[in-house]
Design a protein around this ligand. Sequence first.
Ligand SMILES: NC(=O)c1ccc[n+]([C@@H]2O[C@H](COP(=O)([O-])OP(=O)(O)OC[C@H]3O[C@@H](n4cnc5c(N)ncnc54)[C@H](OP(=O)(O)O)[C@@H]3O)[C@@H](O)[C@H]2O)c1
Length: 323
Amino acid sequence: MRALQITEHGGIDQLRMVDLPSRPLASGEVRIKVKAAALNFADLLVLKGTYQSIPPLPFIPGMEAAGKVIEVSDDADGVYVGDDVAAFINAGGYAEELVTHCSNIWQSPKGASASEAAAYPVAYGTSELALFDRAKLQEGETLMVHGAAGGVGLAAVQLGKAMGATVIATAGGSEKCALAKENGADHVIDYKNESIKKRVQKLVGKVDVVYDPVGGDTFNQSLRVINSLGRILLVGFASGDVPRIPANHLLVKNIDIQGYYWGDYIKYAPKKVTKSFERLNKLYQANKIKPHVSKTFPLEKTAEALEFLKSRQATGKVIITMD
Ligand SMILES: NC(=O)c1ccc[n+]([C@@H]2O[C@H](COP(=O)([O-])OP(=O)(O)OC[C@H]3O[C@@H](n4cnc5c(N)ncnc54)[C@H](OP(=O)(O)O)[C@@H]3O)[C@@H](O)[C@H]2O)c1
């Protein structure tokens, strides 16, 4: 099978196309013929060797992929040859074939293309549990989503609307703001050109929940507009700036700053993740959520695709196809 591998950390230019033999399945594993893989911001950190969970070298990067199951081991419960599945894995997505444990896969939503299915697990899995389980977003509350045209951000906008919130989306530039609006945002703030704090104060006064995958200044501005009893979800630091938290603000405003890492839910609360995907599948079937794929590249152009993501041109998800 063809795959993209790295033998040392560095950057996108470390990726090399290799031809690898298929390995036999171990207990509980399945073999998937990958049709599409999705890129994540975290892939850039994995390549550099600065992500919180780094596979041993050499490895095939890629955290999510979708395709058809072509072989199952005897004890791979509930998975059958011919199933269309999506996988969330530590590594291995940038390849024509993926071997992984059956606990890392979910049935693709009925009717979803392979690209949509690959675009689904991280963005929607992350955002649904963050809003539903961690922040406990309630119908009628106001949700502000930063980086709202990105992978996890756009999913959070759609999910916030589906959960009955008023959604304020922030993004850099008019095109990204327009996309957030098309995906259900009630209000958009172009943070390249206007102050989040001033616009929020004008629009709604305060917000109840903030979904923040960006960090830095967006976090600081969120602190100025969060309501009493509000929750700020720390989802990521795409800006590269990890904010410092002034503890006195938490006390005087009665607010929670919630650290959130979906990967830990998969490890320590897998039943919550399964339930989350059941809710997501219902929302997908009801047309309330739909992955947005901004661009598709063939496997051999993955480096170009990663540059596209890194340069902040991407919206929603970027997909690699294997055919
Ligand atoms: N906690 C978790 O479980 C979890 C799960 C998945 C992802 N994440 C994290 O969430 C963040 C977003 O991931 P993603 O895959 O959605 O990424 P993405 O698609 O690249 O979106 C990131 C967004 O951040 C904004 N941004 C602001 N400053 C940036 C900068 N200096 N460089 C790049 N983007 C910048 C960009 O929007 P504008 O151009 O509009 O500013 C971009 O749309 C990452 O930090 C990732 O590690 C966390």
